[in-house]
Design a protein around this ligand. Structure first.
Ligand code: MEV
Length: 317
C-alpha cells in the first residue's frame, strides 16, 4: 500500500554523482575498472501525494502530467520500471520533483543518480522499502540505463547506488575497497556535453572494424586498472597519477578524447598535477586531476586559463 495522502510529509531520496578513475569503455568489454562516488554532488527526488501524477524537473525544463509523457520519457521510464519490478498494479497519484547538482551528459553519472534517487523515493512512498536493497535499486537503475545507453557495463548504477569506491568487472560480484591515502581530485568541466550512448556506440563500431587493435587497448586499460587498485591500496599517489595519465593516452587512441580534454589534461600536468585523464564516456564532459594540496592553486589556475567551465574538488576516501 503506497503512502497515499501522506501530506504534508515530503519523501525525499538522493544519490551521488560518480567519476570513473580507471577503465571506462574497456569495462563494457569485460575489463576491470575503478569508479568512486562524488558524494557532495547529488541528484535528489522528492515525492508528495497529489491529485494527479505530475513530473517536475526544473533543470531539465520538465513539468508535465505522467499521462502526457511519451514512451521514451526518461522520468516516466523509471516510474514504469519501478512499478513493474515492485509488482504494484497501480500507484496512487503523486508529484515527483527531481533536482540535480550534476551537469547532464558530462560523464558524472547524472542519469544513473537521478534514476536511483527516484527509485528510492518511490520505494519509500509506496512503503516497499524492504524491497529496495542496494542490490535491487542498482539492478533496476541498470535496466533504466539500458534504455538510454544500449550496452552499459553496469559500473555507473553500481557506484552511485553503493556509494563506495568500487573495483568493477561486468557480471562479477561487486568489490568495494579501502583507499589507503585519500585521493584529492579536481573535476574540471569542459562545458561540452556528450551523450554516453553515442560515444559507446561509436567505440563499438570501431571495435568491430579494428577488433585486434581495440582488444589490445582494452587489455592495456584492464592492466592499468589492476595496477591502480594495488597503488590505491598502498597509497602510492605518484603511481596512481602516472596510471591515470597513461589511461588518458589509451582513451585518446580509442578516439574518445577531444581537443579541449587533451588541453585540460596537458595544462594540469604542466602545472604540477600528479595525473589527469578524461572521466566517463569522453568527447566532452569532465577531466579528473589528481593533485597534492600544495599544487592545487596553480593547477586550478591552469585549468581555468584553458577554458574549464567549472572546477570542483572531491576527496576519494
Ligand atoms: C560511462 O560512465 C562509462 C562507460 O564505460 C560506459 C559504461 O561502462 O557503461 C563509457
Amino acid at each position: 500500500m503506497c503512502k497515499e495522502g501522506s501530506q504534508p510529509g515530503l519523501i525525499s531520496a538522493s544519490a551521488p554523482g560518480k567519476v570513473i578513475l580507471f577503465g571506462e569503455h574497456a569495462v563494457v568489454y569485460g575489463r576491470p575498472a575503478i569508479a568512486a562516488p562524488v558524494s557532495q554532488s547529488r541528484a535528489t527526488a522528492t515525492i508528495h501525494s497529489s491529485k494527479e501524477t505530475l513530473l517536475i524537473a526544473p533543470d531539465l525544463g520538465i513539468k508535465r502530467p505522467l499521462s502526457q509523457t511519451s514512451l521514451d520519457d526518461p522520468l516516466a521510464a523509471v516510474i514504469h520500471h519501478f512499478q513493474r519490478a515492485a509488482d504494484l498494479p497501480t500507484l496512487p497519484p503523486f508529484t515527483l520533483t527531481v533536482s540535480s547538482q550534476l551537469p547532464i551528459a558530462s560523464g558524472l553519472g547524472s542519469g544513473a543518480a537521478i534514476s536511483a534517487a527516484i527509485i528510492r523515493a518511490l520505494a519509500d512512498f509506496c512503503a516497499v522499502t524492504e524491497l529496495a536493497t542496494d542490490e535491487w535499486v542498482s539492478a533496476l537503475t541498470y535496466e533504466v540505463e539500458k534504455l538510454h545507453h544500449g550496452t552499459p557495463s553496469g559500473i555507473d548504477n553500481t557506484v552511485v547506488v553503493y556509494e563506495k569506491p568500487i573495483y568493477f568487472v561486468k557480471g562479477e560480484p561487486i568489490e568495494t575497497f579501502t583507499v589507503k591515502r585519500p585521493l584529492h581530485l579536481l573535476i574540471a568541466d569542459s562545458g561540452i556535453s556528450s551523450k554516453t550512448v553515442d560515444v559507446v556506440m561509436d567505440v563499438r563500431r570501431r571495435w568491430e572494424r579494428e577488433t585486434a587493435v581495440f582488444n589490445r587497448l582494452f587489455d592495456q586499460c584492464g592492466t592499468i586498472a589492476h595496477s591502480a587498485r594495488t597503488a590505491i591500496g598502498t597509497g602510492d599517489l605518484l603511481e596512481i597519477g602516472r596510471l591515470m595519465t597513461e589511461n588518458h593516452h589509451l582513451l585518446q587512441k580509442m578516439s574518445v578524447s577531444a581537443p579541449i580534454l587533451d588541453r585540460l589534461v596537458g595544462a594540469a600536468m604542466d602545472a604540477g598535477a600528479m595525473g589527469a585523464k578524461l572521466s566517463g564516456a569522453g568527447r566532452g564532459g569532465n577531466v579528473i586531476v589528481l593533485v597534492d594540496e600544495g599544487r592545487e592553486t596553480a593547477v586550478v589556475q591552469a585549468l581555468l586559463a584553458n577554458s574549464a567551465k567549472t572546477i570542483m574538488s572531491s576527496n576519494i576516501l
